[in-house]
Design a protein around this ligand. Structure first.
Ligand code: FAD
Length: 442
C-alpha cells in the first residue's frame, strides 16, 4: 500500500523537490514538501505518517532537543510512582527514518515566502508547514521563582530539572504548610496541578505527617476543574480529604529566604502572604514568542487555526496542532491524538491533490485525574462543549484502580509505540463501539 501511495505521490513531490540523495545543497537552500516544527507528540504523530507516505527526505522535523519527554508521566515521577528515566527517550530514535531531523530552533516563520528561519540564520523552504512547537513555560512571570526552583522545598512537576525534587521534598516533609498552586493562564494539562496535590496529601498520610500538615491549594481560577461533571467529584474529594482550596489566589512572588509565597486575590486585588514548608508551583504558560513575531498567531499569540480543520485561518498551507495551536480545548497529549487524525486527513488530501470533505476535530481531550496511588478518575470530554466523551461503558467519574493501571502502564506504551509512530488517533472507534452499552450522562 505504501509503495502504491508513494508511486501516486511521486509526481507531486518531484515538482521542484528533489530528494536529499539527488541534492547536496547546503541546509540554507533546502526545501521540503512538508516541514514540521517541533518533535513533541504533535510534531512526531504527524511527521511519522506523512514521511512514510512521501518517502525519504520529503519531510523535515525541526527540533532542537536531543531528548523527547513523555511529560504526562511527570505527575507519577513527582508522586514517587515512576522513575524520571521512564519519561525520556533519545529524539533521534523517535523521528521517522524517512524524515530529516534539523536539530535547530525556528526563530521565524516567513509565511508569505513559505520559509522558516532557523536560529543560525539559515532558511528552510516548505510547501506545507505544520506548527507543533508546544507551550512556553514563563517561569520569570513569578518573581523569585526561577532562582528558588528545586531548592529548599520549592518544586514543580512542569520542569525536567525539578520534577524529581517533588518526590524528594514530599518524602522529607516533616509537617507544616504544604502549598500547591494553579496559575492564572491555562497550563498544559490543567489537571496536573490538582493531581500532585492529591498524591502529596495521600503521601503525607502514609508517611505519618498528615496530622501536623496543612494541605493548601491556592488556585487562580474559580473552580477546581473546568468541566463540572468531573469537577464536582474532585471538589467533594478535596473537601473530604481536608485539602483547603482557595480560589482566585494567584501566585505572584516567592521569597525563598523567608519561605514565603505571595498571592494576589484576583477578585479583591488583596495581596496575602502564605508561609510554606514546601510549595509545588504550576507555572504561568503562554504561546512561544516566535508565533506572534511571525504574524501567524491569533490575538493571544497561539497559531491561528480553524478549530475544526486545524488549518491556518489565513495561510492555507499551514496547519497547527497541540499546545501551541489556537484550538480552544485543554492542552493535553490526549487532545493531540484526535487532533493529529484530523490534521493528517486534511493535509494528506492536499498532498494528494484531492478535494474531499475535511475531517473535523470535535474538541476531544482527556484528563486522567489521579487522586491517589491506586485511584484515578478518567475525565474524557469535548473541550468545545464540556460534554463527556467517555470511552468505557461505565460512569468514569467513579474512582478506579483499573483506570489508574491503564493510564500508568498501558497508555505510555500506546504513546511511545503508536502515537509517536503516527498510528494512534485516539479512542473514538472504541467509544463508538461501546456506545450501545453506555448509560446517559447526567
Ligand atoms: P511539546 O510536547 O511541548 O513539544 C514541543 C516541541 O517543540 C518540543 O520538543 C520543543 O523542544 C520543540 N520546540 C519548541 N520551540 C521550538 C522552536 N522554536 N523550533 C523548533 N522546535 C521547537 N497530557 C495528557 O494528555 N495527559 C496527562 O496526564 C498529562 N499530564 C501532564 C503533566 C505534566 C506535569 C505536564 C508538564 C504535561 C502533562 N500533559 C498531559 C500535557 C502534555 O504533555 C502536552 O499537552 C503535550 O506534550 C503537548 O505536545 P506538543 O507536541 O504540542 O508540545
Amino acid at each position: 500500500i505504501m509503495l502504491a501511495l508513494r508511486t501516486r505521490l511521486t509526481p507531486l513531490y518531484a515538482r521542484g523537490f528533489a530528494t536529499a540523495a539527488e541534492t547536496k545543497k547546503p541546509a540554507a537552500d533546502k526545501a521540503y514538501k512538508v516541514v514540521v516544527i517541533g518533535g513533541g507528540p504533535g510534531g512526531l504523530s504527524v511527521s511519522s505518517t506523512v514521511s512514510k507516505l512521501l518517502g525519504q527526505s520529503q519531510v523535515a522535523v525541526i527540533e532542537p532537543s536531543k531528548v523527547h519527554y513523555y511529560q504526562p508521566l511527570w505527575t507519577y515521577v513527582g508522586g514517587g510512582l515512576k522513575s524520571f528515566s521512564e519519561s525520556e527517550r533519545p529524539m533521534g530514535e523517535l523521528i521517522s527514518p524517512q524524515a530529516d531531523w534539523i536539530q535547530n530552533k525556528v526563530t521565524k516563520v516567513n509565511a508569505e515566502e513559505n520559509t522558516v528561519t532557523l536560529a543560525d540564520g539559515k532558511r528552510i523552504g516548505y510547501d506545507y508547514l505544520v506548527v507543533a512547537a508546544g507551550i512556553q513555560v514563563n517561569w520569570d512571570n513569578i518573581k523569585g521563582l526561577k532562582n528558588a526552583l528545586g531548592k529548599n522545598g520549592v518544586t514543580s512537576n512542569y520542569s525536567a530539572d525539578s520534577v524529581q525534587k517533588t518526590w524528594q521534598f514530599i518524602q522529607e516533609f516533616k509537617g507544616g504548610n504544604a502549598l500547591f498552586t494553579f496559575p492564572a493562564t491555562p497550563p498544559k494539562c490543567p489537571g496536573a496541578p490538582t493531581k500532585i496535590t492529591f498524591l502529596a496529601e495521600e503521601a503525607f498520610r502514609n508517611l505519618g505527617v498528615r496530622e501536623k500538615t496543612n494541605v493548601i491549594y491556592n488556585h487562580a481560577g474559580a473552580k477546581i476543574f473546568g468541566v463540572d461533571h468531573y469537577g464536582k467529584v474532585l471538589q467533594r474529594l478535596a473537601d473530604e480529604r481536608g485539602i483547603q482550596t482557595n480560589y482566585f489566589h494567584e501566585l505572584i512572588e516567592i521569597k525563598a529566604d523567608d519561605k514565603e509565597a505571595i498571592f494576589r486575590n484576583n477578585q479583591t486585588k488583596d495581596v496575602k502572604t502564605f508561609n510554606y514548608d514546601m510549595i509545588h508551583v504550576a507555572p504561568p504558560c503562554g504561546p512561544p514568542a516566535f508565533i506572534k513575531e511571525s504574524n501567524i498567531g491569533d490575538a493571544a499569540g497561539w497559531v491561528d487555526v480553524n478549530k475544526e480543520t486545524t488549518r491556518h485561518n489565513k495561510y492555507s498551507n499551514i496547519f497547527a496542532l497541540g499546545d501551541c495551536s489556537s484550538l480552544p480545548t485543554s492542552k493535553t497529549a490526549a487532545a493531540i491524538t484526535a487532533e493529529s487524525g484530523v490534521l493528517k486527513h486534511n493535509l494528506i488530501a492536499d498532498l494528494e491533490g484531492k478535494t474531499v470533505e475535511p475531517a473535523k476535530y470535535d474538541g476531544y481531550t482527556s484528563c486522567p485525574l489521579i487522586v491517589g496511588r491506586k485511584q484515578l478518575i478518567l475525565a474524557e470530554f469535548s473541550g468545545y462543549t464540556g460534554t463527556p466523551m467517555e470511552t468505557f461503558p461505565v460512569d468514569q467519574r467513579q474512582i478506579s484502580s483499573t483506570a489508574q493501571f491503564l493510564n500508568k502502564e498501558i497508555i505510555p506504551e500506546i504513546y511511545w509505540r503508536e502515537l509517536l509512530a503516527g498510528n494512534w488517533t485516539g479512542p473514538s472507534k472504541y467509544r463508538e463501539a461501546m456506545a450501545p452499552f453506555r448509560g446517559k450522562y447526567d
